[in-house]
Design a protein around this ligand. Structure first.
Ligand code: BTN
Length: 331
């Protein structure tokens, strides 16, 4: 990991953004007094906001005013919402990738460890894609989870995680939208992607596995363009018009995921089959699947016990796929 790219979230930055939340002008001297820092300390924080492309106005003689609704991440708020669940949560201002942070910087342990970041400089998507990760807008979430299982027993884990994310979105949006899943784990609303999942293996030995579950969830993003995200995308704010405090969503996501992971540890994917069927975007539809440099077309027939995608091929045979990228074929 590049240590230079990893910054723990500056608590004075959190306080400054909180202060500017009222939409009023605040001058450097009064900000310095409230935060108990020097004017040059205030200046450095303002420079950070500029560097992170936070939308604010600076007027000589009046001070600074925030032009967007922004509430930064706060581990205390998340812990408070979760109650007594023992978790380690690192909240970072900036990191290359939250998955990479948990994979490389932390020794394997039995403790569940989370990393949340305000921005990622090298956010990773599936199949070597990048994941657009601007400051303060969305959720960049990784959880390292220890399983008393062999890696071979974890097939279907990424589908289960997608179900957990979908359930979280149901709770946040009060079921106002149908959340669907595009195999293997794209979380979709109205045909657009709202969240993606990247699972990476950290360690495996003698029936014990550590996995890093990475989730990118679009929350308050409204104006990314095709230079940043190449596929049709959605966000919670695009769907509801609401500016969200991401802390509450993170707490909900953690609690749903933990309960899904417990069910998965006990019974595997079979416990989630019906839930997958309900959310399966592809079922019965003509699908194109690319896997390596091979492309297949067929009619999607759901998943098998391992979570592999079943396609009915043009010759009538049924074939299972363990990996790949899917899209709906236009008829
Ligand atoms: C996808 O391609 O759909 C997967 C996207 C996963 C993005 C998340 S953001 C948090 C975590 N850290 C990363 O670098 N990637 C995952």
């Amino acid at each position: 990991m590049n240590a230079k790219q990893t910054l723990v979230l500056n608590q004075n930055l959190v306080k400054l953004v909180h202060l500017l939340q009222d939409g009023q002008y605040h001058d450097g001297t009064s900000i310095g007094k409230i935060l108990n820092i020097t004017r040059s300390g205030v200046w450095k924080l303002i420079k950070k906001l500029e560097q992170y492309q936070v939308d604010f106005t600076s007027v000589k003689g009046k001070g600074y005013q925030l032009n967007e609704s922004l509430i930064l991440l706060d581990a205390e708020k998340i812990h408070a919402a979760l109650g007594k669940i023992p978790l380690k949560i690192d909240v970072l201002e900036k990191v290359d990738s939250t998955n990479q942070y948990l994979k490389l910087s932390q020794a394997p342990s039995e403790q569940i460890h989370l990393c949340l970041a305000e921005m990622q400089t090298k956010g990773r998507g599936r199949l070597n894609r990048t994941w657009y990760s601007p400051f303060g807008k969305n959720i960049y979430f990784s959880m390292r989870y220890p399983f008393q299982k062999d890696l071979s027993e974890l097939s279907g884990l990424s589908l289960m995680v997608a179900l957990g994310v979908a359930h979280t979105l149901d709770t946040i949006m009060g079921h106002s939208e149908k959340i669907k899943l595009k195999w293997p784990n794209d979380v979709m609303v109205q045909g657009e992607k709202i969240a993606g999942i990247l699972i990476e293996i950290q360690a495996e030995s003698h029936g014990f596995s550590q996995v890093v579950i990475g989730i990118g969830l679009n929350v308050n993003e409204t104006d990314a363009n095709e230079n940043n995200i190449t596929q049709p995308w959605s966000s919670l704010k695009k769907l509801t018009g609401i500016d969200y405090d991401r802390n509450g969503i993170c707490a909900e996501l953690i609690s749903k995921l933990l309960s899904y992971l417990q069910r998965f540890s006990a019974s595997g994917l079979s416990d989630f089959h019906a839930e997958w069927q309900e959310r399966d975007l592809l079922f019965g539809k003509p699908v194109e699947l690319t896997s390596g440099n091979q492309a297949y077309s067929g009619i999607a027939q759901g998943i098998d016990a391992q979570g592999h995608l079943l396609l009915k091929l043009p010759d009538g045979s049924l074939k299972g796929f363990s990996s790949g990228d899917t899209s709906l074929r236009k008829q």
